[in-house]
Design a protein around this ligand. Structure first.
Ligand SMILES: Cc1ncc(COP(=O)(O)O)c(C=O)c1O
Length: 405
C-alpha cells in the first residue's frame, strides 16, 4: 500500500521534533538529565486533588464525568478571567475567552484558524519549537526575528514584515513568549511590549502572546514587570494564552485563551471537531481548587521550589562554566539558556556527553526557526536533584572544555 500517496498535503510536512527524539533517548535512570522540560511532579498537589475528587463525586455522582459545552465551564472561564484581571491587569469579557486542552492545543487551533499555506508568522530567535512546528504544519512561512535584552528587535521585525509584503506574502501573526521564554528564559521589558503592541496595531497584525511561565517567577522578581501585552490591548490585536500546566499539573490539560471574539469564536468551531470539549473532570477539579482559595499557596510553593533549583544551578554554573560560557541567570520559568564559544557544536557535545558522561541537555539549534544557534544549549533544572545538578554540570563543563577551539 502506498500510504504516502494517501496522505494529505499537511500530513506530508509533519515531523516529530528533534527535541522529542532527544528527550526520548535520555529517560534511563543512570542519566543526569537537564533535557526534559516538564515541571517537577513533586509539585503537583495530588493530595488536594484527591480531596476535591472525593468531595465532588460524593456531591455530583456520575454527572461530573459528563460531556460539557465546547467553550469550557462558564464558571471556570469567569474565575480565570477574574484572576487575570486582578493579577495581570487583563480586561476581557467571558465572550472573548475559552478553555482549551493545554496551550499546545491552543497553538494548533490558532494556527488552523488564521494561517493558510505561505502566510508569514514572525517568531523570536530562538522560539518554542512546539509553536513553530504547529505553524509549519499549516505550511506557513515562519520568520525568525532577532532579539536583544529587551525582547524582539522591532526594526528587524519591521524589515521582515516589509520583505514578506513585497513578496506578496500575507503577514498574520507575531508569536511571542515575553515572560521566561522557552528556551531562552528571557523577559521582555515593559517598553518593548508597548512598542510591539503599537507596531502590531499600526500594521494590522495580531500578536499571539504565550504566557505559559508568567506565574513561575523566582524570589526577587517583581511580578509587575511581567504584566502581559494583553493588558494594553484596547483594539483586539492580542490573543493571550496561558495554562495550568506549569503552576498546577500538565496532566490536567487545561489552558485558556483571551482574544478578540472574532478569533475565539472560530477557535470554538475548531474545538467542536477537535475534541468536543476539554476534560470536564479536570475543569471541575481546577474550579474547586480556585474556589477553595488554594491557588495562592500553590503558586508560592511552586515559585520557591524552582527558585531554589535555579539557584543551585547558578552556583554550579559559576564554578564550572564562568571561564568559557555566557548566560543570564534565569529569573523564572524552567530553563537556563547558555551560549558556548563560536565554533563549539552543542549537538556534538550532546552526543558525547550522553554516551560517555551520562549527562543530557537540549542543544539549542532546533529552537532557531531559520538556522543558527549551533553553539547554544538549554538546561532545565526542574527535575534534577540538587546534588546531581552539581555533578552533572561539572561533568558537562569538562566535556565542553575538550571541544573548545
Ligand atoms: C511556551 C510554551 N507554550 C506552550 C506549551 C504547552 O503547554 P501545555 O500544552 O501543557 O499547556 C509549552 C510547554 O512546554 C511551552 O513551553
Amino acid at each position: 500500500m502506498d500510504f504516502e500517496a494517501l496522505l494529505s498535503r499537511d500530513a506530508r510536512v509533519m515531523r516529530s521534533s528533534l527535541i522529542r527524539q532527544l528527550t526520548g533517548l535520555v529517560g534511563q535512570p543512570d542519566i543526569i538529565s537537564f533535557a526534559a522540560g516538564s515541571p517537577n511532579a513533586q509539585m503537583f498537589p495530588h493530595a488536594k486533588f484527591r480531596q476535591i475528587l472525593e468531595h465532588l463525586i460524593a456531591r455530583e455522582g456520575g454527572q461530573m464525568f459528563q460531556y460539557s459545552v465546547t467553550k469550557g465551564n462558564p464558571r471556570l472561564i469567569n474565575a480565570v478571567g477574574e484572576r487575570d484581571r486582578v493579577t495581570k491587569g487583563i480586561a476581557v469579557s467571558s465572550k472573548e475567552s475559552l478553555l482549551v486542552s493545554g496551550s499546545q492545543q491552543g497553538l494548533d487551533f490558532v494556527a488552523r484558524v488564521l494561517l493558510d499555506p505561505g502566510d508569514a508568522v514572525f517568531v523570536e530567535t530562538p522560539s518554542y519549537i512546539g509553536a513553530t512546528a504547529a505553524f509549519e504544519n499549516f505550511r506557513s512561512r515562519v520568520c525568525a526575528v532577532e532579539c536583544d535584552q529587551e525582547g524582539m528587535d522591532l526594526d528587524h521585525l519591521a524589515s521582515r514584515v516589509a520583505a514578506c509584503r513585497t513578496e506578496g506574502r500575507p503577514c498574520k501573526l507575531i508569536y511571542v513568549i515575553p515572560n521566561f521564554q522557552n528556551p531562552a528564559g528571557s523577559v521582555w521589558s515593559q517598553d518593548r511590549r508597548r512598542e510591539l503592541y503599537d507596531f502590531a496595531s499600526r500594521e494590522g497584525l495580531l500578536i499571539f502572546e504565550d504566557d505559559a511561565y508568567g506565574e513561575l517567577y523566582f524570589d526577587g522578581m517583581d511580578p509587575r514587570l511581567l504584566r502581559p501585552i494583553k493588558a494594553l490591548d484596547q483594539t483586539g490585536h492580542v490573543i493571550y494564552m496561558s495554562t495550568f500546566s506549569k503552576i498546577l499539573a500538565p496532566g490536567l490539560r487545561v489552558a485558556w485563551i483571551h482574544g478578540p471574539e472574532e478569533v475565539t469564536q472560530r477557535i470554538e468551531y475548531c474545538k467542536e471537531t477537535g475534541d468536543l470539549c476539554t476534560s470536564t473532570v479536570s475543569q471541575r477539579i481546577i474550579l474547586e481548587f480556585l474556589e477553595r482559595g488554594w491557588m495562592r499557596e500553590q503558586g508560592e510553593s511552586v515559585r520557591s521550589f524552582y527558585t531554589a533549583k535555579a539557584q543551585a544551578m547558578q552556583r554550579s554554573l559559576e564554578s564550572h562554566f564562568g571561564e568559557f560560557a555566557r548566560w543570564r541567570a534565569a529569573r523564572g520559568g524552567l530553563f537556563q539558556w547558555l551560549s558556548l564559544p563560536e565554533g563549539v557544536d552543542a549537538l556534538e557535545v550532546f552526543r558525547a556527553s550522553l554516551a560517555e558522561d551520562k549527562v543530557a541537555f537540549i542543544p539549542g539549534a532546533p529552537f532557531f526557526a531559520e538556522g543558527g544557534g549551533a553553539n547554544t544549549l538549554r538546561l532545565s533544572f526542574s527535575n534534577v536533584k540538587d546534588e546531581n545538578i552539581e555533578i552533572g554540570l561539572s561533568r558537562l563543563s569538562r566535556r565542553i572544555r575538550r571541544s573548545l577551539p
